[in-house]
Design a binder for this molecule. Structure first.
Ligand SMILES: [Mn+2]
Length: 508
């Protein structure tokens, strides 16, 4: 617990306008889940499925948010003794986002009577119709933006973004929504959820880059502060293959590591590697872990290659928007969104990346403040076969022949709805600091501000007069810019570890 405030710590609090009340919230401060619209109807339908012993299928989304959502719901139903539930996670390299033909066939042939979508489904209008036509009820849980004019005809929908939803916090990840659902079921059924559910909710929330404030912060911080309590067999397995985890930043780094590890299991349906790894109790767990580690390393190499390529595209780029069609197949389909994010971080302009995939043109769009990707795609929907996402991260598919018409429509929308933020040039930092202030005591105080994420980024300090010769015991991390040996420069830095800095910009 933080009792006295250091100067550096309180300057950062002040710069960010953080009230210390928010920093001390705990699980007891979570709002009543009954405030969610339709949650009683969801509970009744799932209850009926369990008592009638109906085959039930959880339909996840192929990313860490969707995987952790699937896991905590699947596992909660397990813990209730239910045995007729299963899960299906589509392979994003084979199927596009949402309820598609392969899944519908799987659900029908498997004789399922109830499908629960997690971290997706809110734009699956046609998919829900098709399942209904086959006598399958659908419950949707999702956190994406709603197209209010086209809500699927589901049995019931849990989504904080619904117009009539009174749950006060709107920015939960998909797994945050599922966590609130199982917390509600736990109260109704008087059967507690496992404490590790918070660990997996934290992993999915970090991976989905939701704003790290409010309830998202509360969930991740709970895991940081109660790490011993939230460990299940998978966490313990992973810890045997990981460095020591003792400080709050160790826990945060471990959570980020796990979110990257489970991002790569790409097998389809009930065979998804990452989910099988989490569920596995036997020796096979080690084999699956090796698979995942290998995939993660390959993926990180691939990522570095793509980033180097994007760096060449971004250098000296001038323009109001960045549109890139990956004709030459430099960017793998699975990295298209990551690539768009990279460009937005570099250039701060709306970015769309497109490529051919399975006979269709797919697109991932990203932007910062001052623009809304979903609105832009919605404006151009006559050219698209499917679209969805958030204001700052959205995607679509279209027929290849529609490209020119779409681009004209998109550019027209952009010219009327985006003006570049005026802060260009002035890179923001939290406060000026001196090397002498970077003490172990201050490091510990700043750890109280973890977890980092959107709306709560890692602090940026301005340090004046840095040069190699006066760094003392401090080292620079691998991603740092280098320092001149003799001539002192003013720098913006991240304080990465008690004795480690990352120079992110040289100012003089
Ligand atoms: Mn999500």
């Amino acid at each position: 617990m933080v009792n006295e405030q250091s100067d550096l710590y309180s300057r950062i609090l002040q710069a960010r306008n953080i009230n210390s009340e928010e920093l001390s919230q705990s699980l007891e401060d979570l709002p009543d889940e009954a405030l969610f619209a339709n949650i009683d109807a969801l509970e009744a339908r799932i209850h009926k499925a369990i008592f009638a012993n109906e085959p039930l299928l959880i339909f996840g989304h192929d990313d860490p948010d969707g995987i952790t959502s699937t896991y905590i719901l699947y596992h909660y139903l397990n813990s209730c003794g239910y045995q007729r539930h299963s899960y299906y996670i589509p392979n994003r390299n084979i199927e596009s986002h949402g309820i598609q033909e392969r899944f519908i066939r799987f659900a029908v042939e498997g004789g399922y009577k109830l499908v629960i979508t997690v971290d997706n489904g809110i734009s699956a209008f046609a998919g829900v119709e098709a399942l209904n036509a086959n006598g399958i009820d659908v419950i949707i849980t999702d956190h994406h933006l709603v197209q209010p004019e086209l809500i699927p005809n589901a049995h019931s929908i849990l989504n904080p973004q619904l117009a009539d939803c009174r749950y006060p916090f709107k920015s939960l990840a998909g797994v945050g929504v599922v966590l609130m659902l199982i917390r509600y079921l736990a109260k109704q059924w008087e059967h507690p959820i496992e404490r590790a559910s918070y660990f997996w909710a934290a992993v999915g929330s970090i991976a989905d880059k939701v704003p790290m404030q409010g309830l998202n912060r509360l969930i991740v911080r709970h895991v940081i502060d109660h790490f011993e309590e939230v460990q299940d067999h998978t966490v313990q397995f992973l810890l045997r293959n990981y460095n020591r985890v003792s400080s709050p930043s160790d826990v945060f780094n471990f959570l980020s590591y796990v979110s990257r590890l489970i991002a790569n299991g790409r097998e389809e349906g009930g065979n998804h590697t990452a989910l099988r790894f989490i569920l596995q109790l036997s020796n096979a767990k080690a084999q699956l872990f090796e698979d995942l580690e290998k995939q993660k390393n390959q993926w990180e190499n691939e990522l570095n290659r793509v980033f180097a390529f994007l760096e060449t595209l971004a250098t000296d780029f001038v323009g109001k928007t960045f549109v890139y069609f990956d004709d030459d197949d430099v960017i793998p389909y699975s990295l298209l969104g990551t690539a768009s994010t990279f460009i937005v971080n570099r250039l701060s302009i709306p970015t769309i990346m497109l490529k051919q995939h399975n006979g269709l043109t797919v697109c991932e769009g990203r932007c910062g403040d001052g623009f809304n990707m979903v609105d832009a795609f919605s404006h151009c929907k006559e050219h698209l076969t499917q679209f969805g996402g958030h204001a700052k991260a959205a995607g679509f598919t279209m027929q290849p022949g529609s490209y020119d018409a779409f681009l004209e429509c998109f550019n027209e929308y952009l010219s009327q709805n985006f003006s570049p933020p005026e802060t260009a040039g002035g890179l923001a930092f939290d406060t000026t600091a001196s090397l002498a202030e970077l003490t172990p005591e201050n490091w510990q105080m700043i750890e109280a501000l973890l977890p980092w994420g959107q709306q709560n980024p890692e602090p940026v300090l301005k340090i004046e007069g840095l040069k190699q010769a006066n760094m003392g015991s401090f080292s620079l991390d691998a991603a740092s810019l280098s320092l001149p040996r003799e001539q002192a420069v003013d720098c913006l830095v991240n304080w990465r570890a008690p004795a480690q800095l990352r120079i992110i910009k040289k100012l003089s």
